[in-house]
Ligand binder design. Structure first.
Ligand code: PAF
Length: 284
């Protein structure tokens, strides 16, 4: 059984013991319902640290009022088994009371300006404030030397990068590649909500991202690339929140001479009740 800790004092004691022994601590924050993508983040952290801590905490402050906090799958035993098999040393399992001693509504909030407000942030107001707040707390609790986040949540990674840099957290951020199913669908805890009819259609997101990349490389205007992607997804039965072509910093592509060639295409769309996000990084 993987060592599981639910009290902050216990976690601190273990981290202090490791640090006194000169060991580097790696960290993988999660909301549970883990899949191979999370396990690959443990492996990534493991390669840069002597001990790896993973947290499982379904964070209420990053869910909007109409979102799926209550229905978010809690699969603790399977998560613990998977983490152990992946080489994780310790599972940090805080309660809501431990994470937010004054209650989620009365917590000190961390808000990353700019990047939190666009795309996901525009469609899920307050989401990234909840993410930044909990990630800052988790970093204070675990005191990691390295922390691993997935590239699938491209904008979350940008928010965390800003947070680490601006608040000078003394840690190295690692970005893990997105793991995909055979048909290209990005692995996600939300995929299990897809019905048998929806599941094959979900791979259209990846195909649309590739079409966006190809169109951008052919020199099509960003607005046309985005409009075509949205039409394609709508025709496939999705309700599209956004299909966006951006610079790596998520700024608008201006198409001016001398602009750097990095691009990222990002999609958020609903298939039935399931909201899926994915992205593709490329250069033009
Ligand atoms: O990506 C997630 O699972 C969550 O947003 C995170 C980073 C664990 C914060 O709750």
């Amino acid at each position: 059984m993987i060592e599981t800790v639910t009290e902050l004092a216990e976690l601190r004691a273990r981290i202090i013991e490791w640090k006194r022994a000169g060991l580097r601590v790696g960290f993988v924050p999660t909301m549970g319902n883990l899949h191979a993508g999370h396990h690959s983040l443990v492996a990534l952290a493991r390669a840069r640290a002597d001990r790896v801590v993973a947290s499982v905490f379904v964070n209420p402050t990053q869910f909007g009022p109409d979102e799926d906090y209550a229905r978010y799958p809690r699969t603790l035993q399977a998560d613990a088994d998977g983490l152990q098999a992946a080489g994780c040393d310790l599972l940090w399992l805080p309660s809501v009371e431990t994470m937010y001693p004054f209650g989620p509504a009365a917590t000190v909030q961390v808000r990353v300006p700019g990047v939190s407000g666009v795309l996901e942030g525009a469609h899920r107001p307050g989401h990234f404030d909840g993410v930044a707040t909990v990630v800052a707390r988790l970093f204070n609790q675990v005191q990691p030397d390295v922390a691993a986040f997935g590239r699938k949540d491209y904008q979350q990674l940008a928010v965390v990068r800003y947070l680490v840099s601006d608040l000078a957290f003394p840690l190295e951020l690692l970005a893990g590649e997105t793991l995909r199913e055979g048909d290209g669908l990005a692995m996600s805890s939300r995929n299990q909500y897809l019905s048998a009819q929806e599941r094959p259609r979900a791979a259209e997101i990846r195909r649309t991202l590739e079409a966006m990349r190809d169109a951008a490389r052919q020199g099509r205007a960003p607005a046309a690339v985005e409009a075509e992607a949205a039409q394609r997804l709508t025709a496939a039965g999705f309700q599209v929140d956004y299909a966006a072509l951006r610079r790596p910093d998520l700024g608008e592509v201006r198409g001016t001479a001398g602009e750097e060639s990095g691009r990222v295409a990002l999609i958020a769309a609903r298939l039935g009740r399931t909201r899926l996000i994915d992205n593709l990084e490329f250069s033009v």
